[in-house]
Design a protein around this ligand. Sequence first.
Ligand code: ATP
Ligand code: MG
Length: 396
Amino acid sequence: MTTLFATKSSREVIRLLEQAGYEAVFVGGAVRDFVLGKPATDIDIATSAKPEEVKALFPMTVDVGTAHGTVLVLMDGEPIEVTTYRTEGTYSDHRRPDEVEFVTSLREDLLRRDFTMNALAMTKDGELIDLFGGQRDMAHQLIRAVGYAADRFNEDALRMFRAVRFTSVLDFTIEEDTFEAIRSHAPQIQHISVERLKAEMDKLLKGVNPMKAFQVIQQTALASHLPLFPENIDKLNQMVPFETAIEGWACLMLAGDFSYLEVANAYKLSNVEKSFLAAVQQASMRRSSGLFTVDDYYRFDLEVLLLVEKWVVILVNATQTVSKDEITAAKQALPIQSVADIAITGKDLMAWTGLRGGKWTGEWMEKITWLVLHGHCENNPNNIKEWFVDEFKREE
Ligand code: ATP
Ligand code: MG
């Protein structure tokens, strides 16, 4: 018995479509990943039924892009994307078809897809439909455009960056003609929105072989047309791979000598990502002038400290390095991890002085934090009070 493809609910969606007289098959990344023996991500179904017909057939549907032919079917609570067979009209802006046209044959639908490995389809019984040699290309670990590569990139420039992303995620190689077409169309990547480039870059950075993708970006000259990319990729070679996408972004920033703001603005990073990069930049500046101090251990998150230390030899000619365990131990050994750990609060300060709260409470909390952090005062209310009352009197 062959392993069943996809989920029971998604096979049921296909069964119901077929029972109503339509064609329906699995398509896209899930089929590709299945052939590669990888766990499937989002499951896509292509069908000859029109969006209205899909909606009429299933009691629970959500409109997600009817104009483009996609209906989200909720089957036993599982969301499954069902998209009508379609071709794409002309592309006047190198990124979005001017219109989509519904068609009746699966072949036409598969023809519009980007790469042979992404143009595979599978029936609900697990039978593979391979019209463009996708399996053969996958056996050779090749990323090959469906049809004439130059036309396909001219239609939609994002496909070039998808190809690059797959070199990292799958550790595949871009087939020669496809590669040449990327090289000759590289400037068109500028038509693609930053948001879509960012999404592809996130996947690329999390991939198993980001260096391969960086090399393609450089060799095809995509580098000079992206919102931002390091000029010299030699350093990157020693910094890959990355555990998370944000680690990859930090690497691009440091290796390219960019400021965190340049990176964040160029790719519209989220605020969380932006502050992570800001911390990495500050920590790496601190580390370039010597080992981390108690203040650095206190100020920076463990993740930031570990990342900067991991790359310290590559980035600054550090002669002394500190192991992961030592960094972790040093951080844990701090008397306090944050101001919240201080054994007293601003309210205590008010009680001890009889004064109302204000800017002064924050300022004194900072002094106390410094004192405790550096071991000049024990972190308990009595010791802190003793020091404070004395010191406060003296400053009055
Ligand atoms: P992932 O594993 O990241 O989801 P994917 O290949 O499934 O990768 P999706 O964006 O989910 O990517 O797209 C689903 C399918 O739609 C692709 O496999 C491909 O067949 C087709 N596709 C997506 N984007 C494009 C594009 N820009 N041009 C042509 N076909 C595309
Ligand atoms: Mg997908």
